[in-house]
Design a protein around this ligand. Structure first.
Ligand code: BES
Ligand code: MN
Ligand code: ZN
Length: 508
């Protein structure tokens, strides 16, 4: 990953290949943001008017490159838009800093070292800039370009080094902020890599191997149930979804424990390494991005490792429900009845509603350990994308206060989300003449129907929330802010912050 350093040097004296400053949208044109003073001075106090001449306004995501005047050690100045300038005495919002830093980092592909001189007044600001820059510099190049004769990668490489100016390297809070940003972003980028890895290379067995290796590296306990163990244990949901594939399903338990932990969280991730729809095959146009259907498991995995690296005083158990949903002579048929791990029977009316089947088994299993709360993360329904668009995830829960907390936490870390209801009248649509429940119900409100299905598998009295990340997990449009094309790592920041709040005793 891109390296991060906190620098004491001033913007004028640090040797770097580029110098990033902020420009905000003011009432009468662009304004050079705090942090840009030395650069403004080198421009004879005219940085804002030079930018205006070049057509810059300071709007979010705008990037203007200028050759540096004499007096600066860096040859290139990159002015990045911060959006509307805050009111006097107000600080820039963390998410504005994150997005601006991300946009700048993306514009610096191929550059070795960039100094970021964005407005930093407190450690939280430094953390936001660091997160944005490191997230924005991400690129998935594993399958591109090849190597030259010297063994170096062909093609432009992501920004190699970020030096944060305005941060205090010897201040404990700033140091901790930088360390947190590095650990968090490395894990988010790990989740992105997993999502972007093509499904011919990432399947349940190989995903489980990655989890086992990371577990070893970070002192986590990892247990993997393979087809045989799943069969023995009666995991009819996971087996039913995975039985059509050459690549057998897995259930991975990855556990972090802390000796001083008072609470235990269980995170459950949907890990469909490829969702063809199964016998209820998806049409062309709907299956090209379905390698992303393991994004929930990737988020859970990344969050558990991040929590371990941060050494939080909370126990966190991750459950990765891994299967490949394929059509074949051995696949589950629409009309088949599965006996789930809980003992409930499910009539599979549509094999494309597979996520809820693997999650149900994992949620039942997670419930056996009586965690203080369960949060599942899943690219579960197209209906949620219809409802909230492709940048916002839906939050459902069996506890209004917990749903509100998760929503507030997501907001705090800069992940767009919205609370959704679980209307009980939608339950009857899943009544089955043959089994205890069907895996499909009314089409309208399909995201909520899926949530209601999952709710039935949550252990008695356990607080539970469900994040449907089908929209934001995989970004198909042009990159923006710190969000790249492809896997985004959606959900990781929310899960990690939830663990931090729980460790601090701030939640129930
Ligand atoms: N993995 C899909 C949901 C999805 C859609 C994820 C778009 C990401 C982007 C899920 O397994 C699915 O196919 N859901 C069906 C459910 C339906 C058959 C009840 C859907 O949403 O159409
Ligand atoms: Mn599906
Ligand atoms: Zn799916």
């Amino acid at each position: 990953m891109t390296a991060l350093t906190l620098s004491t040097a001033g913007a004028a004296t640090l040797r770097a290949d580029a110098l990033v400053v902020g420009v905000a949208k003011g009432a009468k044109g662009p304004i050079a943001a705090p942090g840009a003073e030395a650069v403004d001075k080198a421009f004879g106090g005219k940085l804002a008017s030079v930018l205006e001449t070049l057509g810059a306004s300071g709007s979010e995501g705008e990037v203007t490159k200028l050759p540096a005047p004499s007096g600066l050690k860096a040859p290139l100045v990159v002015a990045v838009g911060l959006g509307q300038a805050p009111d006097k005495d107000e600080a820039y919002a963390a998410e504005s800093l994150r997005r601006a830093a991300g946009a700048a980092a993306r514009a610096l592909t191929g550059v070795k070292k960039a100094a970021f001189a964005l407005p930093i007044e407190a450690a939280e600001d430094a953390e936001a800039v660091a997160e944005g820059a490191l997230l924005g510099a991400y690129a998935f190049t594993a399958y591109q370009g090849g190597e030259n004769a010297k063994g170096a990668k062909n093609g432009k490489q992501p920004l190699a080094e970020v030096a944060l100016l305005g941060a205090k390297p010897r201040d404990k809070a700033y140091k901790a902020a930088a360390e947190r940003a590095i650990a968090l972003v490395e894990e988010i980028n790990r989740a992105r890599d997993l999502v972007n890895t093509p499904p011919n290379d990432l399947f349940p067995e190989s995903f489980a191997a990655v989890a086992a290796a990371a577990g070893k590296e970070h002192g986590l306990k990892v247990q993997v149930l393979d087809e045989k163990a799943l069969d023995k244990g009666g995991y009819g949901g996971i087996l039913g979804v995975g039985q059509g594939s050459e690549h057998g399903p897995r259930l991975v338990r990855i556990a972090y424990t802390h000796p001083k932990a008072a609470k235990t969280l269980a995170f459950v991730g949907k890990g469909i390494t490829y969702d063809s729809g199964g016998i209820s095959l998806k049409p062309a146009g709907h299956n090209e991005t379905m390698k992303c259907d393991m994004s929930g498991a990737a988020a859970v995995f990344a969050a558990v490792v991040a929590v371990a690296r941060l050494g939080l005083a909370v126990n966190v158990t991750g459950w990765l429900a891994l299967a490949e949903n394929m059509p074949s002579g051995t696949a589950t048929r629409p009309g088949d009845v599965l006996r789930m791990y809980s003992g409930k029977t499910v009539e599979v009316l549509n094999t494309d509603a597979e996520g809820r089947l693997v999650l149900a088994d994992a949620i039942t299993k997670a419930s056996e350990e009586s965690p203080d709360a369960i949060v599942d993360v899943a690219t579960l329904t197209g209906a949620m994308v219809m409802a909230l668009g492709s940048r916002t995830f839906g939050i459902m829960a069996n506890d209004d206060a917990f749903r509100a907390s998760v929503h507030e936490i997501a907001e705090e870390v800069g992940e767009a989300s919205w609370p959704m209801p679980l209307p009980s009248d939608l339950r009857k649509g899943m009544d089955s003449p043959t089994a205890d429940i069907a895996n499909m119900g009314e089409r309208m409100g399909g995201g909520l129907v899926a949530g209601l299905f999952l709710k039935e598998f949550v252990g008695e009295g356990i607080t539970w929330a469900h994040l449907d990340i089908a929209g934001p997990a995989f970004h198909e449009g042009a990159p923006y802010g710190y969000t790249p094309k492809g896997g985004t790592g959606s959900g990781v920041r929310t899960l990690v912050k939830l663990a931090e709040r729980t460790a601090a005793g701030d939640l129930g």
